[in-house]
Write a protein that binds this ligand. Structure first.
Ligand code: KG4
Ligand code: ZN
Length: 340
């Protein structure tokens, strides 16, 4: 089965063709980062309009690169949520209408399920069951995954997402949007031991996260440290160390609690090098394994939507001709395709 995947939930227009026999044939991505940079964050209306502008030229480029045509597609998958309502609507209208015009099935994909399954595009995919840490701009969740659609929420952030904390600290440090990569870059030249920021919720049992207190500590340090002006790199490094430490230790706790030996890390923050180094140490100590998507598929992309959609289409899931998006959509509402 050959599936076109469409991702438009936020500020990237991502398209891909995934073939269940031959794997990923091609993917194209257009990032709106430059468009939103002046505003320090994503402007929803500008995002929607830009998706409208980019989808058709990007689709042409994708099909040429994949060496395939619209007639050879067997299905269309688009991100139906969670995300920005207008941006989601652009991809959903485009995808559902294209499928209708080609007389092939369509399916609306949960964006975080896309992230979660992205490591399965790799040569050595993780087997079920695994524990997944999903860390993006909007989500920080630990899941136990027993199969496609079989997700048990183990813990999540009770306030800011990890990526959001990186983005907010970046703003405080007057770094470019998106903040995560900028903070990580600045941290490379900083002293991570200079500020002893809190590791939120590690002192309590359970697998929930909280990042807003850490963010406040960073703000206080910025306001009270007289010589901070010369040391923004130390703030970045100390913040990154605290955030990563919290994530890594909660992952270890989740592996311990479930007895599972495979960890999957996905979403934008999974690109973070310090996080990867710390998790590598942790899993080798526990004789466990950690799996990531390839770097281009850590952040938003069409390949993960094509892959997740293909699995659901193969299992018989079909979206009716109505066009629906769910800007808010808890992942725990997902079911196995056969049961839906
Ligand atoms: O998954 P993603 O592309 O979009 C969402 O679904 O949210 O994740 C974007 C988030 C942003 O908050 C960005 O700052 C963060 O991932 N991010 C990083 C890194 N690369 C991206 N955070 C820390 N270190 C990075 N290297
Ligand atoms: Zn995402």
């Amino acid at each position: 089965m050959r599936v076109l995947g469409i991702e438009t939930s936020c500020d990237e227009t991502g398209l891909a063709v995934y073939d269940s026999e031959r794997g990923l044939l091609a993917h194209s991505l257009y990032s709106q980062i430059a468009l939103h940079a002046d505003y320090g964050g994503v402007v929803p209306e500008l995002a929607s309009r830009d998706h409208v502008r980019k989808l058709i030229p990007l689709l042409r480029e994708l099909l040429a690169g994949a060496g395939t045509t619209l007639d050879e597609l067997d299905g269309v998958a688009y991100t139906a949520g969670p995300g920005l309502a207008g941006a989601l609507m652009v991809g959903a209208v485009f995808g559902r209408t294209l499928a209708w015009s080609l007389n092939i099935p369509a399916v609306g994909v949960h964006h975080m399920e896309g992230h979660l399954l992205a490591p399965m595009l790799e040569e050595k995919p993780p087997a079920f069951p695994f524990v997944a840490l999903l860390v993006s701009g909007g989500h920080t969740q630990l899941m136990r995954v027993d199969g496609i659609g079989r997700y048990e929420l183990l813990g999540e952030s009770i306030d800011d997402a990890a990526g959001e904390a990186f983005d907010k600290v970046a703003k405080m440090l007057k770094l470019d949007y998106p903040g995560g990569p900028a903070v990580a870059r600045l941290a490379e030249s900083g002293d991570a031991t200079r500020f002893d920021f809190p590791r939120p919720m590690l002192d309590r049992p359970g697998l929930d996260f909280s990042f807003s207190g850490l963010k406040t500590s960073v703000m206080n340090a910025l306001n009270t440290t007289a010589d901070y002006a010369g040391r923004p790199a130390d703030i970045a490094a100390s913040f990154q160390a605290a955030a990563v430490d919290t994530l890594a230790r909660k992952c270890e706790r989740a592996l311990k609690q479930t007895g599972v030996r495979r960890l999957v890390v996905a979403g934008g923050v999974s690109a973070n090098k310090l996080l990867r180094a710390q998790l590598a140490d942790m899993v080798s100590r526990r004789q466990a394994e950690v799996f990531y998507p390839a770097l281009p598929f850590c952040t938003d992309n069409g390949a993960m939507i094509a892959f997740a959609g293909c699995q659901r289409l193969l299992a018989g899931e079909r979206q009716g001709t109505d066009i629906k998006v769910r800007p808010r959509w808890p992942m725990t509402e997902l079911r196995t395709p056969a049961a839906s």
